[in-house]
Design a protein around this ligand. Structure first.
Ligand code: AHM
Ligand code: MG
Length: 364
């Protein structure tokens, strides 16, 4: 008995219980087929080497985004504990009441990005006009356009929200002091784009034009670790995602298309999922496939979502992952924007569902 007890003690001692952060790293944060832990920062620096003559400024720019989103998630995580819940009282440029966290998130991004010399223009959903930063500096050649806290009306009920961002290079023929023209470019010109979803974990998903990569924040370490390398959208999913309450106000073909998905003509009868936070709804669509739609409605004839900082980043990621994004007729990334806060209908998702929408819409 004494001998077997000693053997048991020895076995237990070998199976040392790891601290929580170490357990997470060992189980899920390791890059696939690799024994190396890769942080978002390392990954971005590695990506940057693909650009000849890269000086490190691009990775420094992106580190402004990762830092700001860590600050935002820290506030989101304690939203119920501090005085950050509820309305701030101001009406933003979209005519919506700003939530306190919208303002906090906007300030975090503006603060972290204004210190990056490579950035010349910042444009946010929360600011009517784009901001010129580092005026006159030759080093300032990028514009960052963002929605600091998308889906923010969901915060008070503890539902996922997110940050979206799009990075553009200043066109050669545009004057330094004309910030609007820095950003009025089609989405196909994005140098990089991505989002952070503040969900059951905090996940950063980005692409610099070489695939889509996802990183999970380990809150104990304070770093994003590569958890989803080379993400691809399944060719077909099983969910459609749309606010069906507006169906009577959609152009008829959208309702008919939803009926098609439900009918089984695509080989399966679809179920529905709708969170009401575009980032969260898109994140599910990226991982599981299917289709997310925000069509024109009675109240929003041009759709609700904003082209530059909502539809464009999502469309860039979708295409990089093998999916498709259209405005109902044409490719989102080909739309020539005419104003910073312009809206667009958005249909984004898997190849099979989008090909079916496009062929169905042509005849209906
Ligand atoms: P916001 O930028 O004011 O947060 O609005 C955008 C959000 C998206 O996240 C979401 O897809 C959509 O609004 C939901 O709108 P609706 O409530 O009309 O379905
Ligand atoms: Mg938004």
């Amino acid at each position: 008995v004494l001998l077997s007890s000693l053997v048991l003690i020895a076995i237990r001692a070998r199976k040392r219980i790891l601290p929580r952060s170490q357990t997470i790293i060992n189980s899920s944060i390791m890059a696939e087929n690799s024994s190396t832990i890769i942080t978002a920062q390392q990954h971005i620096m590695r990506e940057q080497k693909r650009f000849p003559g890269a000086s490190g400024e691009f990775s420094f720019l992106l580190s402004g985004i990762t830092l700001a989103t860590k600050m935002i998630q820290a506030q989101v995580r304690k939203a119920g504990l501090t005085d950050v819940l509820g309305e701030h009282g101001e009406i933003n440029v979209q005519g919506e009441i700003q939530q306190k966290l919208d303002v906090i998130s906007n300030e975090a991004l503006v603060h972290c990005l204004s210190s990056r010399e490579s950035i010349g223009v910042l444009a946010s959903e929360e600011n009517e006009e784009p901001m010129l930063v580092h005026k006159g500096s030759d080093e300032a050649k990028y514009a960052v356009v963002f929605d600091p806290l998308d889906g923010s009306s969901n915060i008070d009920v503890n539902v996922s929200v997110g940050t979206t961002f799009s990075i553009l290079r200043k066109p050669d023929d545009v004057a330094m002091d004309n910030p609007e023209q820095w950003v009025l470019q089609p989405g196909s010109k994005q140098v990089a784009a991505g989002y952070v979803v503040y969900g059951s974990s905090t996940i950063l998903v980005y692409s610099a034009g070489n695939g889509v990569h996802g990183f999970t924040l380990d809150p104990a370490v304070g770093a994003y670790f590569l958890s989803h390398p080379n993400m691809t959208m399944p060719d077909q999913g099983k969910y459609y995602s749309v606010n069906e309450a507006y169906r009577d106000g959609f152009p008829a073909r959208y309702g008919d298309y939803i009926d098609r998905l439900r009918s089984g003509v695509l080989g399966r009868k679809y179920a529905s999922r709708y969170i009401g936070s575009m980032v969260a709804d898109f994140h599910r669509t990226l991982l599981k496939g299917g289709v997310f739609l925000y069509p024109p409605t009675e109240d929003n004839k041009e759709g609700k979502l904003r082209l530059l900082y909502e539809a464009n980043p999502v469309a860039f990621l979708a295409e990089q992952a093998g999916g498709t994004a259209i405005d109902g007729e044409k490719r989102i990334l080909d739309i020539e924007p005419t104003s910073i806060h312009q809206r667009t209908p958005l249909i984004v998702g898997s190849r099979v569902e989008l090909a079916d929408f496009e062929s169905f819409a042509q005849t209906n």
